[in-house]
Design a protein around this ligand. Structure first.
Ligand code: PBG
Length: 325
């Protein structure tokens, strides 16, 4: 059978037609901006490996939040970088810790019209840089860690976090956080679970930003293996059973198959994290004139949305919102 009159190019022939017939749309409210806030600094500090990004002060983070909201971005994910670290990551659940202070300052400034997501992990708070606390043999003590995650979650919700996003990849973390939140009067605080988070080489620049690189070993015993899709989907299913309200896949670009599978299989809000290394790689090429930043970044974001992500966490959020205006 042939279709002599069928021509794919008809619907592409003008930019107006392409716009109207686009299957996937990119809007500022589908983008989430990561924000780093550091304790004890007088001025915001540029992050060398992430051009255009800063470790913020409490003042500058509020200003940045305001600018994001003005550009139509609907949410930010907040990472605290404490002044001092210790083996048990105490700053992570301190009521006056840097993340808690930033969350309440952002909420005071922006009110209910802007969603503040709190990243929930210990790697920037522990002196060894692992995402949990260690036992005598320097392995992660999973169960003690998830008890502390419950404390972190409650302190973040109390400070004003609209959503908590556990990224430490401990077993049972979602259930532990759900019960801690419920017990402390935060039944309505949703959990965005970093459900399929792979042990990736693309987190390097983030570890500069959050000062959370492991001081020994790596994260391969708790983060997912890049070779494994089934195992990642099993983890995601467990997170849902434990009470996750939305699922995250991270990184995004090398894992679009996982984004698509999570969206199709679970039919829950699906978030993809276009991570630091993916951003820095694009920026490095753009700085050399090897690719065009604007068209490449928008193409990346569109691809992640096309794969099935409802929301994309991206270091290009602010610029993309300007480009899309
Ligand atoms: C903390 C955390 C990491 C990222 C988000 N939360 C780093 C890691 O797991 O080492 C990475 C984000 C990025 O690279 O942009 N557990």
């Amino acid at each position: 059978m042939s279709f002599p009159t069928q021509r794919s190019q008809r619907l592409r022939s003008t930019s107006a037609l392409r716009r109207v017939f686009a299957e996937t749309r990119l809007t500022p409210d589908s983008l989430v901006a990561p924000l780093f806030v550091k304790g004890g600094i007088a001025e915001r500090t540029p992050i060398a490996s992430m051009p255009g990004h800063f470790q913020h002060t409490l003042e500058s983070v509020v200003k940045e939040g305001r600018e994001l909201a003005e550009r139509g971005i609907g949410a930010a994910i907040v990472f605290g970088v404490p002044e001092a670290k210790d083996p048990r990551g105490k700053g992570a659940y301190d009521a006056s810790g840097i993340a808690q202070r930033a969350l309440s300052a952002l909420k005071d400034e922006l009110g209910d019209g802007f969603v503040c997501i709190a990243d929930l992990c210990m790697c920037s708070y522990t002196d060894h840089g692992h995402c949990g606390i260690l036992d005598e043999s320097s392995s992660i003590d999973n169960d003690e860690t998830i008890d502390l995650y419950g404390r972190i979650a409650s302190s973040q919700a109390k400070a004003g976090a609209d959503v908590v996003a556990p990224s430490g990849m401990m077993d049972g973390q979602v259930a532990a956080i759900r019960s801690a939140l419920d017990a402390r009067g935060h039944r309505n605080t949703p959990i965005l679970a970093y459900a399929a988070k792979f042990a990736s080489s693309f987190y390097g620049p983030f570890r500069d930003a959050a000062e959370g690189a492991p001081q020994f070993g790596d994260r391969k015993t708790y983060q997912a293996d890049s070779a494994n899709a089934d195992a990642a989907l099993r983890d995601a299913a467990l997170d849902l059973e434990e009470g996750a309200d939305a699922l995250m896949v991270k990184p995004a670009l090398g894992y679009l198959d996982i984004v698509a599978a999570v969206k199709q299989r679970f039919e829950v809000p699906t978030v993809a994290y276009n991570v630091s290394g993916e951003y820095s790689m694009l920026m490095a090429a753009a700085e050399r004139g090897w690719i065009d930043e604007r068209s490449a970044a928008l193409e990346v974001l569109l691809s992640i949305r096309r794969a099935g992500a409802d929301l994309v966490i991206t270091y290009h959020a602010k610029k993309a919102a300007e480009w899309l205006a």
